[in-house]
Design a protein around this ligand. Structure first.
Ligand code: NAP
Length: 312
């Protein structure tokens, strides 16, 4: 991939897609292809085919997906499986048909078996049941990986799958159904604005999660697009965990909330650990560059500028 390559970022208005777009522009790529969801519905096979016939992208970042929180996944499993299978099938097949040199599929860490030993190695994928709350979404994502592998096996296609840790940053979804870090920013910010005496969090605060700043996620993807050419999926993480309590304290101090932190221990905790084993990508020479403190501050600055008072 070079500055003159025709590069398609599918899902360029989303959290990761928009960071990819910013990065590719910063790197001076002159031929970036994008379409909005309304301009090109990727579940529509004919429309996707027309787009590929016309634009013939050489490199494809597949960051478009129907994503959502636990509630949405539980309520709309049919939409999640149908739309994600369609998006992946249409884009992957057209990438082959129109001779893209490479495709990078963004997968998700929720596809790891619930009982995976920690940290989660790529080799344990497909070895057990995945989380029931997002099994429809997860099955579509697992199928995406199998498609990339099958296209590699039969046609030698250079299609790779990447599994990022929990991504956060500017452009995130800050409502209570969003990702944990963004939801905490919204919660603490609102409590601060309203001079509340405390903030209550679900569970014990003990579960640990791994957080990857979105600009690092984009850099990791571009790095893998250039350097990784295997059909086996690869994790993209920082290799460090933060407990929900530690995260809440960090968000609290970033926002400047002086009240108390309480835990509703009657509420479920979920998995205690979900750490990716990122030794494979680290061995290739990639490391995340943005600390959680710094990424959090940048995310909060963005939130205040763009969304303060607008999140419902
Ligand atoms: N965020 C994370 O923590 C994280 C972590 C690991 C993996 N991932 C994976 O990375 C990918 C991107 O995630 P994200 O957080 O960036 O998601 P996002 O912010 O929700 O963005 C999804 C993008 O896909 C577009 N899209 C959805 N359905 C479409 C369709 N039928 N046709 C065309 N475009 C469509 C959306 O456009 P509209 O908004 O206009 O619908 C949006 O641009 C997903 O596969 C996700 O599973 C995310």
């Amino acid at each position: 991939m070079n500055k003159n390559s025709r590069i398609y970022v599918a899902g360029h208005t989303g959290l990761i897609g928009s960071a990819l777009l910013r990065l590719l522009k910063r790197e001076g790529c002159s031929h970036i292809l994008t379409r909005t969801h309304t301009g090109l519905d990727l579940t529509n096979q004919k429309a996707v085919d027309r787009f590929f016939t016309k634009e013939k992208p050489q490199y494809v970042f597949l960051a478009a997906a129907r994503v959502g929180g636990i509630h949405a996944n539980k309520t709309y499993p049919a939409e999640f499986i149908y739309q994600n299978l369609m998006i992946q099938t249409n884009v992957i097949d057209c990438a082959l048909k129109y001779k893209a040199k490479k495709l990078l599929l963004l997968s998700s860490s929720c596809i790891y078996p619930i009982k995976s030993p920690q940290p989660m190695k790529e080799a344990v994928l497909f070895s057990g049941d995945i989380e029931e709350t997002n099994d429809a979404f997860g099955m579509a994502k697992l199928t995406g990986i199998k498609m990339c592998q099958a296209y590699h096996r039969q046609y030698g296609a250079n299609f790779i799958s990447v599994i990022p840790a929990n991504v956060y940053g500017p452009g995130d979804h800050f409502d209570e159904n969003g990702h944990v870090l963004a939801a905490l920013i919204e919660k603490f910010h609102q409590a601060h604005q309203r001079n509340k005496k405390w903030v209550t969090l679900w569970g014990t605060g003990k579960p640990k999660r791994e957080f990857l700043y979105v600009e690092d996620a984009a850099e990791g993807c571009v790095f893998l697009m250039k350097k990784y050419h295997q059909p086996d999926p690869i994790n993209l993480g920082i290799g460090r965990e933060t407990s929900i309590t530690q995260l809440a304290r960090l968000v609290q101090s970033t926002v400047g909330f002086r009240g108390q932190l309480k835990f509703d221990t009657a509420k479920p905790d979920g998995n205690l650990r979900r750490l990716l084993d990122s030794r494979k990508i680290h061995a290739l020479g990639w490391r995340a560059g943005v600390s959680l403190e710094n990424g959090l501050q940048r995310t909060y600055d963005w939130y205040r500028k763009h969304l303060d008072g607008k999140v419902k």
